[in-house]
Design a protein around this ligand. Structure first.
Ligand code: SF4
Length: 355
């Protein structure tokens, strides 16, 4: 099939079929309690690449600490990173902050209601702008993400590659024409909900309980081949030696560079490659820490979107605390320092939290 318009019968009455189902099946999620733009925006940003269950706690903590846009705009980077610690994709929280500052400066502290103005905020793409404009401001602006593309591809038997921008754009246009006046926010959420809870990405979709099964091109099993995806690039593998340098009750941390992966976050000092015990002690000595003992080694792995880290952790006792590192107690680390999950694993293993 070419364009979705060539299968109008399958899309006819889409909102009328979907909305009654949504009314009875919508999950009660904290960010659905109201349609306050700050809440919806924050939740949509948190939910990018992240599971609903993982987001719940973060969402509650973030709002408790920063209840509104002025509070977010005034927040310090360290606090923001700490509130985001473990969620990953930290550029999201930096963009949230930049957007909040922009809302204060350019929009008088009021979240803009116009799609183009929302789309122009830092970190806001077509999907997020569509979600906020439809859910909070009742505009017919589809929020087309992986869930929605999967449902649409399967429903209509559409074999265009969903990783291409042209496919997403075409679906945005097709869906915009199907938005029911006065129910725009519900329609956006109903499409998302069906993709998240019924027309599932991994394993079999629950066609028996799907409100669209009657008119679906894939209910008979065609879903196995849809949506059509681009071939994934293999992840790059990198090896690192990570140093947990301890002097008395203090541990050495340093900041990552302001650009690139995990920009600006804290990390254990590390070097590329897998050093053996002696080479690791030599490196610690070269940093001026006067190492006295390698206490243990631990292997850890961490998978990012495009790269995998294979890490050899070296726990080393030292006698000196050179200024090139920041030396913190465990309590200070927990309270003040956002340590990304890749590095956090070594700490959790040491303190028993990682099992
Ligand atoms: S019938 Fe099955 S394949 Fe079709 S939209 Fe519903 S869950 Fe997805």
């Amino acid at each position: 099939m070419g364009k979705a318009e060539q299968a109008p019968a399958r899309l006819e009455g889409l909102a009328a079929r979907l909305l009654p189902w949504f009314e009875t099946h919508a999950r009660a999620l904290p960010w659905r309690a109201d349609r306050e733009p700050y809440h919806v925006w924050l939740s949509e940003i948190m939910l990018q690449q992240t599971r609903v269950e993982a987001v719940r706690g973060y969402y509650a903590r973030f709002l408790a600490a920063l209840p509104d846009i002025p509070a977010l705009a005034a927040a310090e980077e360290g606090q923001l990173h700490k509130l985001w610690e473990g969620l990953g994709y930290y550029s999201r929280v930096r963009n949230l902050h930049r957007a909040a500052v922009e809302i204060m400066e350019r929009h008088g502290g009021v979240f803009p209601s116009d799609y183009a103005a929302i789309r122009a905020l830092p970190g806001v793409g077509d999907y997020t702008a569509g979600a906020v404009a439809s859910i909070c401001f009742e505009q017919p602006t589809p929020a087309v993400d992986g869930n929605v593309l999967r449902v649409m591809s399967r429903l209509t038997g559409d074999r265009r590659c969903v990783d291409e921008a042209a496919t997403r754009r075409a679906w945005r246009e097709t869906l915009a024409a199907l938005y029911p006046p006065g129910r725009c926010g519900d329609f956006t959420q109903a499409l998302m909900e069906l993709g998240a809870t019924v027309c599932l990405p991994n394993g079999a979709p629950d066609c028996a309980d799907c409100p669209l099964a009657g008119g679906c091109a894939s209910a008979g099993g065609g879903w196995r081949e849809l949506p059509v995806r681009a071939k994934k690039r293999a992840r790059r593998r990198e090896t690192l030696t990570v140093f947990l340098l301890r002097c008395g009750e203090r541990w050495a941390l340093r900041r990552r560079p302001e650009r690139g992966l995990l920009a600006g976050l804290w990390e254990w000092p590390n070097v590329p490659g897998a050093l053996n015990a002696q080479a690791a002690l030599d490196q610690a000595a070269a940093w001026g820490t006067a190492p006295c003992a390698l206490e243990r080694e631990r292997q850890m792995e961490h998978i990012f979107t495009h790269v995998e880290w294979e890490m050899r952790g070296m726990y080393i006792r030292c006698r000196e605390t050179p200024d090139s590192f920041t030396w913190v107690t465990g309590e200070e680390l927990e309270r003040d320092c956002a340590l990304p999950t890749a590095f956090r694993k070594f700490w959790d293993a040491e303190t028993g939290e990682g099992g």
